[in-house]
Design a protein around this ligand. Structure first.
Ligand SMILES: N[C@@H](CCC(=O)N[C@@H](CS)C(=O)NCC(=O)O)C(=O)O
Length: 233
């Protein structure tokens, strides 16, 4: 390790992206090692308690080791690195953590959506996702929030939602699946995040193609929408 911090990554993992975004926003130098989750290397299995990415390898004099779980990685970065991304006030910080947890729930529903084999299951996941986004829109509206979740300052909530919204770019472009329409606050926030360098650079340029290939391999209901959409003139 030449850098003090190495983020063990997979090119499509939304949880990895959270950590990469937080590191970039803090202006902290780090290295990235990509692994194949379908063929996990031995060195990774030795250091990862659950065989999951992200992992943050810390090689600091007097304090070295491995941090796992994205939420814990970003909290560790908050404690050890400059440029805080959490609010200073405890109650506000707790509220932010609540919405980050909510973003994780949305990621689970997204995985349920792209793995659903039947249309019925797919529609159920789609309904739950939509309900989640409608709830989020209400929160943004009630607080008059913008352009970021907490106003002018970028926070860890933004880092958690950037990877959530990124899925919908591909769902819209490749499957004609528009699930976030009619939510104006959310649309503004989503577009602000899409142009944020830390969020753009958290994935490679060929991410949309990689994600599309990944989705097609699931042979799920969503995959059928992608092939159907591609076949349309
Ligand atoms: N709760 C974990 C979730 C991490 C996770 O699910 N990572 C996936 C990739 S996105 C993984 O490594 N899966 C490999 C496996 O389960 O074998 C976090 O926030 O870090």
């Amino acid at each position: 390790m030449t850098s003090e911090l190495t983020l063990v990554s997979h090119p499509l993992c939304p949880y990895v992206q959270r950590a990469a975004i937080a590191l970039a926003e803090k202006g902290v130098g780090f290295e990235r090692t990509f692994i194949d989750l379908a063929d996990k290397p031995d060195w990774f299995l030795k250091i990862s308690p659950f065989g999951k990415v992200p992992l943050l390898q810390v090689g600091r004099a007097g304090s070295s080791g491995v941090v796992f779980e994205s939420a814990v990685i970003v909290e560790y970065l908050e404690e050890t690195q400059p440029n805080p991304l959490h609010p200073g006030e405890a109650l506000e910080r707790a509220r932010h953590r609540g919405w980050i947890e909510f973003a994780s729930g949305l990621l689970n529903l997204i995985a349920g959506l792209y793995n659903a084999k039947t249309e019925e299951d797919f529609r159920e996941k789609q309904k739950k996702l939509r309900e989640g986004f409608v709830r989020l829109e209400k929160d943004l509206e009630d607080r008059g929030a913008g352009p970021f979740f907490a106003g002018l300052e970028f926070s860890l909530v933004d880092a958690a939602f950037g990877p959530v919204y990124r899925y919908f770019d591909t769902f819209e472009q490749q499957a004609g699946l528009y699930m976030l329409d009619g939510l104006p606050r959310l649309a503004e926030w989503r577009s602000k995040l899409a142009s944020r360098p830390s969020i753009m650079n958290a994935v490679s340029e060929n991410y949309p193609e990689l994600l599309t290939g990944f989705l097609l391999k699931r042979k799920s209901y969503l995959a059928s929408l992608i092939t159907g959409f591609a076949a349309k003139p």
